[in-house]
Write a protein that binds this ligand. Structure first.
Ligand code: KIV
Ligand code: ZN
Length: 393
């Protein structure tokens, strides 16, 4: 509790990686204009940091990051770079136009990655990390260092490399759960241990970057916040490599809705959430599933008669968030076989019909018969029933 109090009131920084990790979603490729549109919308959403891309990855990525750095103001603009000279120099060439540029450099720290992918010893990895941070620091004061596959790394080695990275000038220390392997208690404990065992940690911000392979990206990120993480890396609609990253909208609305528990607000303009989600979905071509938390079509829809009755009397009976908070004008009562007479009557009123109780009963009976054959009853169906049962008879 004491520790939680120490963090009270401090903003959680939202680092959006839709344009970098999000673009690594299989099948997604955004052009310069599309990336610019998304970056402008992310600035309206008021994210703290936009990771605009991985400039060394391609000419297109380089130009897109440079264009965003030149033309999008507000958030910090970050470019990703592996821990080597060329990546860092190219990343700088792309982000240097930003009001507040950041270089985000990373190297893997788990034994499995160091042995099979990097073919480097622990000492060589530390040396590369330190050199990378020092080089990046010559360009910009804002340097983030990530220990890729941190959650599967030897914690003692992690403490060591983070300490060295901070001494070399890193201002943000990122702890990625690269393969989505961690579970919340374990991940929270890791963040706590990093705070306890990295002597210079007070000079840096702890960030987390969680993947969703086990569906735990959001839970792991929140467990990290509970243990002192102050930056969360997210992507809109949970896009990202494989199963994706922690979803921006879920993280923000969890912190916002449960502010009684988390105490740390974000600076996100939540009324821009829905619009951002739609834009990202349209430009990436990745549809949002209807049951997706916060931004799915059903997130504020009620089908059962009992629920419909409840929300018609008092919305908070079945809604923990107001749809307006995320920029959706109203909740939705879906007319189907579980809908009750109360909601049906409201629907008729909303459609402009002013029917007697007897007429409503007649149409309601027909509506129920139809709902047994059809999953969702549209306004057109209801119009047809009213015409058949009331206007014509
Ligand atoms: O998942 C990961 O480890 C990454 C790093 C580059 C931060 O995306
Ligand atoms: Zn990632």
């Amino acid at each position: 509790m004491e520790e939680r109090r120490a963090y009270m009131g401090k903003h959680i920084q939202i680092f959006d990686t839709t344009l970098r990790d999000g673009e690594q979603t299989p099948g997604v490729s955004l052009n310069l204009q599309e990336k610019y549109e998304i970056a402008k919308q992310l600035a309206k959403l008021n994210v703290d940091i936009i990771e605009a891309g991985f400039p060394i990855a391609s000419r297109g990525d380089f130009e897109a990051v440079k264009n965003i750095a030149k033309n999008v103001s507000g958030p910090v603009i970050a470019g990703l770079a592996r821990a080597n000279k060329q990546d860092i120099e190219i990343a700088w060439e792309a982000v240097k136009y930003a009001e507040r540029p950041r270089i985000h450099t990373f190297i893997a720290t788990s034994d499995i990655h160091m042995k099979y992918k990097l073919k480097m010893t622990r000492d060589q990895v530390i040396e590369a990390a330190v050199n990378a941070v020092k080089l990046a620091k010559r360009f910009t004061p804002d340097v983030e260092f990530s220990a890729e596959d941190a959650s599967r790394s030897d914690p003692e080695f992690l403490y060591r490399i983070f300490e060295e990275a901070i001494k070399a000038g890193a201002t943000v220390i990122n702890v990625p759960d690269t393969v989505g392997y961690a579970v919340p208690w374990e991940f929270g404990r890791l963040i706590h241990k990093i705070r306890e065992n990295v002597p210079s940690i007070y000079k840096a911000i702890i960030s987390v970057h969680c993947h969703d392979d086990l569906g735990l990206a959001v839970a792991n990120s929140l467990a990290a916040v509970e243990n002192g993480a102050q930056q969360i890396e997210v992507a809109v609609n949970g896009l990202g490599e494989r199963a994706g990253n922690a979803a921006l909208e879920e993280i923000v609305m969890a912190l916002n809705t449960r502010s009684d528990f988390f105490m740390n607000p974000t600076r996100i303009e939540t009324t821009q959430i829905y619009r951002t989600s739609r834009l990202v979905s349209a430009l990436t071509g990745i549809q949002v599933p209807p049951n997706k938390a916060i931004v799915g079509a059903n997130a504020f829809a009620h089908e059962s008669g009992i629920h419909q009755h409840g929300v018609l009397e008092e919305k908070s009976t079945y809604e923990i968030m107001k749809p307006e908070t995320i920029g959706v004008s109203t909740n939705k009562l879906v007319m189907g076989k579980h809908s009750g007479r109360h909601a049906f009557k409201e629907k008729l009123k909303e459609m402009g019909y002013n029917l007697s109780d007897e007429e409503i009963n007649k149409v309601f009976q027909k509506f129920k018969d139809l709902a047994d054959k059809k999953k969702e009853i549209s306004e057109k169906d209801i119009e047809a029933l009213v015409e058949e049962e009331v206007i014509i008879t």
